[in-house]
Design a protein around this ligand. Sequence first.
Ligand code: SF4
Length: 590
Amino acid sequence: GVLQRHQHNPTRLLQILIDAQDLTGWLPAPTLTHIAAALGIPRARVEGVAGFYSFLYTRPVGRYRVLFSDNITDRMLGNDGLLDALCRKLWVEPGKLSEDGLVSVTTTSCTGLCDQGPAILVNGLAIGQLNHRRINEIAELIRQQRPLDLWPAEYFRVDDNIRRKDALLELQMPPGDALRAAIARGRDGWLDEVRASRLRGRVGAGFATAVKWESARNAPGADKVIVCNADEGEPGTFKDRVLLNSYADLVFEGMSLAAWAIGAQTGFLYLRGEYRYLRPQLEAALARRREAGLLGSAILGTPGFDFDIQIHLGAGAYVCGEESALIESLEGKRGTPRIRPPFPVVKGYLGRPTAVNNVETHAKTCLIALYGGEAFADTGTAQSTGTKLLSISGDCAAPGIYEYPFGVPITRILEDCGASDTQAVQVGGAAGICLANYEFHRHIAYEDVPTAGAFMVFDGTRDLFDVARAFVHFFAHESCGFCTPCRVGTSLLKGFMDKLADGHGARADLNDIEWLDRLLKNASHCGLGSAAPNPVIDTLQKFRPAYERRLVSLDFEPAFDLDDALAEARQLTARDDPGAHLKTHEEDAQ
Ligand code: SF4
């Protein structure tokens, strides 16, 4: 059934594996063999894909799969204590399968619920606002083997937490209005309007949307593709969750607007696996739009405007947020970033010209279609027009979604979200920038502090070394392993940070961290590797005492404790006299 549903199409491999896993809970070897034979592709390719995505399991997992969100903000809210408590109650070790096969409990990267953490995913369904009482109740429900649809409905309530609205979040548009306005302008007129708006992609790099669309439109090839990147995996970001939950029509309409400009017929919404619970309502929104003539053939009665959208589910790979990795994933492969050029606008999905924009960018184009490019550019700054959604979490009274015109100062944001005694703000997620309090006069804008949307607040009680270490662990976990500098470099960096945390750090380690930073920046194949040292380098410059108080006063200190490792040998030989120990440095000095 699964293979038939996907027409035995190898480009649907990731979706086939996800659906097959839904039937059996995990992907045993015979299932992989069967899929490979049915699709006529090498088994190694199927196994390679199954092994790449962290939400695909090639070993047995529990009938209840509990994944604790492990962003720094979850840690600040005590997720580790809750994980231990759940494991104790269920008699299961973290990361292992319980003996009866009932449950497995482990951690995952940020689940996009930082405004209502600590959070977990149970078989893909999100539960936020955890506390010990709720953990006890969940343990009981699992012990009773209660089906998830009989768990209390309020567990699964995910709030939007919209705290400040501006142009986009205030917009109440009947579906189709923006599309009608763009069609009335003609394809050229509509692209001119986007150019006049000076809209830039709502990710940190901020590439001009009109330039991207024009390149895709002019690229040779009739069968063009629009992709909405809803794979927001940057720790601390959750604005796409809210847009997809409550503004899905704006997002889909924005995709159709892009299709009108470019002349595309095929659209994909790449939905991150962590937001899988949103899929049914998104499919329903697409069905409504088809019924209303907003998708399909001759959209709104316009001859030659044929476009439809399908949802493609991700499976827990942060690197797929990179557009060429995302396209590989759409083609049913491992999410390995491509060598560029050629750029996706020329050669993207299956070699066809492909324009990839994120959720917020697509939604913003509705404003341009309705009110015109110049009106859009009236808001914000000269280089950063319009508004920006921020996902605010961490040490503040009112975490949630805030929409501001570009150019808003950090101080204003901190005031609005009820932050006090703020020591630092991490803007743009793990790959972003860590601002110390002497930088809070700076502004959110591409020309000053660019961000895809994450804004994590840390007050004076937080240790910025721990924050940086959490991000380094994240990058080491998420490195796709394709290129050696990143695969080895992120793991070495993690090793240095763990060494410092364990009290074995020396000044030489700080020098080595700076050397690794240069190596990762210069030799990594994609942005993940080059951004991986950012949190350490930033905090090392701005919060150096957090590192220095962990150093022992040596030029070099091994992370490995050789004397400790010889303990077993001493026990076997029944010797524990001073001669059976290594000399200490102090003894050497004497
Ligand atoms: Fe993969 Fe890292 Fe290399 Fe990017 S830099 S391709 S994530 S190994």
